[in-house]
Design a protein around this ligand. Sequence first.
Ligand code: FMN
Length: 327
Amino acid sequence: MKLLGLTCGRRHSSNEILLKEALVAGRAEGADISMIRLLDLDIKPCTGCITCVMGLGNGGPGECVIRDDWHFLHEHLLACNGLIVAAPVFVLGAHGIIKILADRFGPARDIAFRTIAKKVRAEKGLQKGKGVDERTFHHRVGGFISVGGAITKNWLSFGLPMMHLLTFPSAIKIVDQIEITGAGRFVNVVLEPQHIEKARRLGRHVAQAMLKPVEQIGWMGEQTGVCPVCHCNLLTVFTKNPVECPVCGIEGTLSMEGDAIKVHFSPGQIAMARGTFAGEMAHVEEILNNLKFFEQRPDKDEIEERAAAYKTPAFESFVIPPPDTVK
Ligand SMILES: Cc1cc2nc3c(=O)[nH]c(=O)nc-3n(C[C@H](O)[C@H](O)[C@H](O)COP(=O)(O)O)c2cc1C
């Protein structure tokens, strides 16, 4: 059982040390461990070309056309049974590489898109070319280590929620997540046995969950969180109920008991969270319905001509070219 660690902190610094502790603890539970330093890779931002999704729609493998180390990382992700990600908090959120990877992996690795691709391939009887890699459909578990320099926890607010963006499309079941505060310029995390122990416990949890049948995998972390699915503490609050978990996209009912805030999420909502197969499928159905609606628009043939206007000097003359193309 392969347990893969991804880190994007400084080499040999706090994030990496906590991840190594988690992985080594996982190895003691029987996992075959490995680690990738994301900042050593060449990973470019998604350009939004949607070749991956269009390819999946035609029964293809959903590979990204950008030539960089995405393919190397994708292969390691497909090969693993468990994943632990350690990311520093930069400006309240997880390191930018996490969002870049979330964008690159989101549609391309989406479990619903990939299921549809498989179905299309079977229906069309396609033999030529590659289809979706079957390892896509293996169940995987994971854990997150979010590391901030601040002592005040609200300086880490979007660290863990942003890490979920990396894993929910491929339905990786997160079983534990931890926040480590006060890990700034110095590698002082080595002086904090409670932080090291938290990381080890997370590593053990992920490795233990890897060995369990899917139906027995549940939350093993200490932080219960307001949302029963992602266990984060974020809520979108409108003027009245329902409230929403912005990570999972599910609705709950907020109530006060004395000064205690209770949020109830129904089993039906929980079952439709982003990151579940049903939740991902509902999103894909919405996209497909939108396409059907678009097809019926009487003015859709005007798009090309209307959009062409924005390529003319009237709308292009003020665009500053990037420095290497300035003559
Ligand atoms: C650009 C930048 C922004 C940062 N913003 C935050 C922040 O908003 N909240 C926080 O707790 N720490 C912040 N930090 C501190 C980092 O989270 C901390 O240095 C990092 O987790 C240390 O990890 P490493 O030693 O493994 O590289 C920031 C650091 C940098 C370089």
